[in-house]
Design a binder for this molecule. Structure first.
Ligand code: DX5
Ligand code: ZN
Length: 220
């Protein structure tokens, strides 16, 4: 079953509580929180204090996407701050197995995030230790970029890799997802669908979530 994960990166940070309620009203179940350090990616966003406040403001699943260098130093702190899911980039972590294990031990779902230019083989060994894989379908750093078309096939190949190994790893896709491409990525095997500008760039984020759910639904 798929879930819509609105990215608050495109929300109004001064009206965050209202913007969160709006997407929950539309049927979104996961809140995607983009953490950037100005080092791993050329942008700086939000960190632990905001996650702590979000935790008090909503019961939605909090999904922290760490686009930071040395994520192993901070990952557990995000779980303690209230994250239910934490993903770290394979490109940023020399000790991926250790970090994933620490996230799980702290009580959250552990995810591996992978950039568009990084081949899937880079995460193969760590796959059994992850609850989900986040496939980046844009280069991380900014909202509102165009979906990289080859990402759908990457989802399909990852789905096969997971199924061949009889794992239950979920696939999340992040970047440039909108009503025009959400169906194809769900068909390819993605289950957690992040969308920022396609939701918060619309006059009604509530309606935008409903439209994405409608378009993503695969009728059998
Ligand atoms: C990009 C972030 C994404 C971003 C998605 O680095 O990881 O989560 O907010 O925004 P859209 O949906 O606008 O591409
Ligand atoms: Zn993200």
């Amino acid at each position: 079953m798929f879930e819509i994960a609105p990215s608050i990166l495109s929300a109004d940070f001064a009206r965050l509580a209202d913007d969160i309620q709006a997407v929950e009203n539309g049927g979104a179940t996961i809140l995607h929180v983009d953490v950037m350090d100005g080092h791993f990616v050329p942008n700086i966003t939000i960190g632990l204090p905001v996650v702590r406040s979000l935790r008090k403001a909503t019961k939605m699943t909090l999904d922290c996407h760490l686009m930071i260098s040395e994520p192993g130093v901070y990952a557990e702190q995000f779980v303690k701050a209230g994250a239910d899911m934490v993903s770290v980039h394979v490109e940023a972590d020399a000790h991926l197995h250790r970090t994933l294990s620490a996230i799980r031990a702290a009580g959250a779902k552990a995810g591996i995030a992978i950039n568009p230019g990084t081949p899937l083989v880079a995460l193969e060994e760590a796959l059994p230790f992850a609850d989900f894989v986040l496939i980046m379908s844009v280069n991380p750093g900014f909202g509102g970029q165009a979906f990289i078309e080859t990402s759908t096939d990457k989802v399909r190949r990852l789905r096969r890799m997971i199924d061949d190994r009889r794992l239950s790893t979920r696939i999340e896709i992040d970047g440039g997802i909108d009503a025009s491409n959400i169906h194809e990525v769900v068909e390819a095997g993605a289950e957690i669908l992040v969308a920022g500008s396609a939701i918060y760039g619309k006059p009604s984020p509530t309606e935008a979530v409903r439209e994405l759910i409608d378009k993503a639904t695969v009728w059998v």
